[in-house]
Design a protein around this ligand. Sequence first.
Ligand code: SF4
Length: 327
Amino acid sequence: MNQFEYVRLSDVTGAAKAISKVANSQFLAGGTNLIDLIKMGITTPARLVDIKPLPLAMISRTAGGITIGAIASNSQVAEHADIKSMFPLLAMAINAGASPQLRNMATTGGNLMQRTRCPYFFDITMPCNKRAPGTGCGALEGINRMHAILGASDKCIAVNPSDMNVALAALDATIEVTGAKGKRVIRIADFHRLPGDHPELDNTLAKGELITSVTIPASPFNKNYHYLKVRDRTSYAFALVSAAVGLQMDGNTIRAARIAMGGVAHKPWRATAAEKFLQGKTATDENFEKAGQLAIEGAHGYEHNKFKLKLAPNAVRQALLTAAAKK
Ligand code: SF4
């Protein structure tokens, strides 16, 4: 069994220092993902820095939108009155994820950091470039039903499993982090990485950087929105494909559209070509079908997941139809 040191801290600077002092340290918050990874021997930290006591559980309105503390639980966010009125797409996506018990424990920062659910990543007897760089990818020629159709590489075809991240991508969230070099802000589009030659890196955080909050700018996508998650069972399952959409409508004309997909790539996949296509168009099934096709431009299926090439555009189309129909 891996022996590790446990440190519990209540100030951000202290937590950042505690991480930098011991190589292979990790932050622990809700633990809904990390504890599983430790128990299964997938990650073996030398030090765990428990950040649950940090004063980062706030959800506060700002001049330009809402800021959510990194420690705010998924339940707290999804049930918050301002989130429900300003960003119901986010509440809907969070409530589509995991179970109520997990949402009570899981945090906003932890959800951003959630690791893939690729079964080969979880099986330490199998090759996996993400878990053990250079060992190969078990999924490429294996059971790849849940895997990516967009942005994958020959090193890794895993997907980001989060529902929350898909809505945050559609809503153009930014992520505030702090580390040895001070504070910085990362656009969500730049936070999660595509696998390329380094699938072991899920995101662009520098070593030791701590997520402190997420800010969502005010937007007009709180009336005509929808999060559609297609999964094998209706509860407690990861998405085969999901679509987070928002429309700014003027009568039956689309002024602006936001579309992001989950279950299709190593990061939440923003469908900007489809968004541009819809701008100024009428809300018709024909236009939504075309948007769905544009959303998967360049997609590539593997042996067991070619069904996603039909499922993903249909999910986008259906989510858009549902969003447009909201009065
Ligand atoms: Fe590992 Fe990625 Fe391949 Fe899955 S898809 S086995 S996570 S390298």
